[in-house]
Write a protein that binds this ligand. Structure first.
Ligand code: SAM
Ligand code: SF4
Length: 509
């Protein structure tokens, strides 16, 4: 069998209609028959956020539906799709660092095809990328990903636009999900915010919400397939619905944004309505058909009272919220274009903790943003001491060409950014250890998702148990020993040890 060489299509082209043969092949001519032709095997290399991982599941599903098999790694693939991240320079460097390797693979296999997509590909930089990366055959912006199979000349599924493509991929069961337990469910694409440091609005374009009924249909199909956890995804999930038409089912939706620029949400579906509808999918026993629902990422602007009430009242919604603060100083927040103050953020935290007792809060912080003084950095540390987040995802500011902040002076030296980052991580490690210590002695529900290798200091055991791990509803990783059959199940674990990054314990009862 030979492998079909893919055309190098860097422009959308109409595919010629296949030729029809109205006659069978004479057995005497069989020796002239050509070999069967296999389609190239593919590998999708995904960098960056959950949204990219979700998009990759959709692209892998489209390639599989077109007849391509999945290769176990990049080296053995005949078609490589790189789903890139551009949020920081380091993420882009990872791809640049692999270009030499890709060039070698191409020399060894001239029919290898390489596609670069994700946030590194934007309308304004494709020409530059083409010159810089001769190893790449096809560049696709994130909103062009549904065209992947057609642009490669494969007879894959096509539907116009991201929203319709997702709906048909779901309808035809074409998403190649990486887990049978927890699923990503994109609800809104793009971002309308103008955070001055961020490339996302440029790479992913304006906000486009998926129709309410499409999201609900996908949630229903996930419930039917036995998924126990669903994470609703968007760069900015809480502004879901403002771009959808009004509908009488949502006549009770009136409030717009709590902070920042007001959104006209009147009569349109919002995040609160969506959470309530998904929570309302019930089994015959009346329990949520999807027992755990999460959503990321939340911008503080759009965290409405309605949403907080829905989080408090929906049984399925987990007691965890990732709410990026970015800085603990108002002047820095203003320069970042975040549109809230530290005081208003703290007020939100208060409201969340009152409405959802025991809620775990995590956040993102950027250190060393343009003009950040030592005192302003110290304010961020003070904020961490005050809020006591469970976990902080921190990074040094990385200027992104084309963003408004790229025109500001990047005046915090690299070494100083590194020092601030380390100081923040050290402080947060102490806080996380402390916050986690409160779990010792408690019993918590863990959704078991994997077997972990035992560490060298674990006592050797020969009782049929293995080291298992999963997350509780508060999104904490919990380790314990148990039979491998528990993978995929929710189990009760009594916590007996807490570290800064994970808990451990034993099966309860
Ligand atoms: N939409 C989310 C929000 O409102 O915060 C964040 C999405 S962004 C993909 C994830 C995180 O990357 C941000 O919260 C921010 O902390 C970080 N980030 C974005 N641009 C950055 C930059 N230029 N330098 C360093 N970190 C950056
Ligand atoms: Fe970037 Fe701000 Fe949009 Fe988040 S809200 S994706 S940080 S522009």
């Amino acid at each position: 069998m030979t492998t079909r060489m893919l055309p190098v299509l860097d422009q959308a082209r109409a595919r010629p209609a296949p030729k029809e043969h109205s006659f069978g092949i004479d057995a005497k001519l069989a020796e002239f028959a050509t070999d069967d032709v296999a389609l190239p095997s593919f590998h999708v290399w995904t960098l960056g956020c959950q949204m990219n991982h979700s998009d990759s599941e959709e692209m892998a599903g489209a390639l599989a539906a077109a007849g391509c098999a999945e290769a176990s790694d990049l080296e053995s693939a005949e078609l490589i799709v790189i789903n890139s991240c551009a949020i920081r320079e380091a993420a882009e460097q990872k791809v640049i660092g692999r270009m030499g390797h890709l060039a070698n693979l191409r020399t060894a296999n001239p029919s290898l095809r390489v596609v670069l997509t994700g946030c590194s590909v934007r309308e304004d930089n494709v020409g530059t990328l083409r010159r810089r990366y001769p190893q790449v055959d096809l560049f696709l912006r994130p909103d062009e990903e549904p065209e992947l199979t057609a642009r490669l000349g494969l007879a894959g599924p096509t539907a116009p636009g991201l929203l319709a493509a997702r709906a048909s991929a779901v309808g035809e069961g074409r998403i190649q999900r990486r887990s049978a337990l927890s699923a990503w469910l994109p609800i809104i694409y793009g971002c309308d915010k103008t955070c001055t440091y961020c490339i996302v609005p440029f790479s992913r374009g304006p906000e486009r919400s998926r129709p309410f009924d499409d999201v609900l249909a996908e949630a229903r199909s996930l419930a039917a397939a036995g998924y126990r956890e669903v994470t609703l995804l968007g760069q900015n999930v809480n502004s879901y619905g403002h771009d959808l038409p009004a509908d009488e089912r949502f006549a009770d939706v009136h409030t717009g944004r709590h902070l920042g620029r007001r959104l006209a949400l009147d009569g349109k579906p919002d995040m609160a309505a969506l959470l309530r509808a998904i929570d309302g999918l019930r089994t015959a026993d009346g329990v949520p058909a999807i027992p755990r629902v999460r959503f990321v990422t939340s911008h503080p602007w759009d965290l409405s009272e309605r949403l907080i009430a829905a989080m408090a009242e929906c049984q399925a919604v987990c007691e965890h919220l990732h709410l990026p603060i970015q800085s603990g100083d108002d002047a820095v927040l203003r320069r970042m274009g975040r549109q809230y103050t530290v005081a208003s953020y703290l007020e939100l935290v208060e409201r969340l903790r009152t409405a959802v007792p025991g809620i775990s809060l995590t956040t993102d912080v950027i250190v060393g943003f343009c003009g950040e003084t030592e005192a302003q950095f110290e304010s961020t540390l003070d904020l961490l001491r005050q809020v006591r987040f469970e976990q902080v995802f921190a990074a040094a500011f990385s200027p992104r060409p084309g963003t408004p902040a790229a025109r500001l002076e990047d005046d915090v030296p690299r070494a100083e950014k590194k020092r601030r980052l380390q100081a923040l991580l050290n402080l947060q490690e102490e806080i996380s250890r402390d916050v986690n210590a409160a779990w010792v002695g408690r019993v918590t529900e863990v959704l078991v998702d994997q077997e972990r290798p035992r560490s060298s200091h674990d006592a050797a055991v020969d009782d049929g148990t293995v080291r298992l791990a999963g997350r509780n509803r508060n999104n904490k990783i919990v380790h314990f020993d148990g039979p491998p059959e528990l993978i995929g199940q929710p189990v009760a674990v009594r916590v007996d040890h807490a570290g800064p990054y994970a808990l451990s314990g034993a099966l309860d009862g």
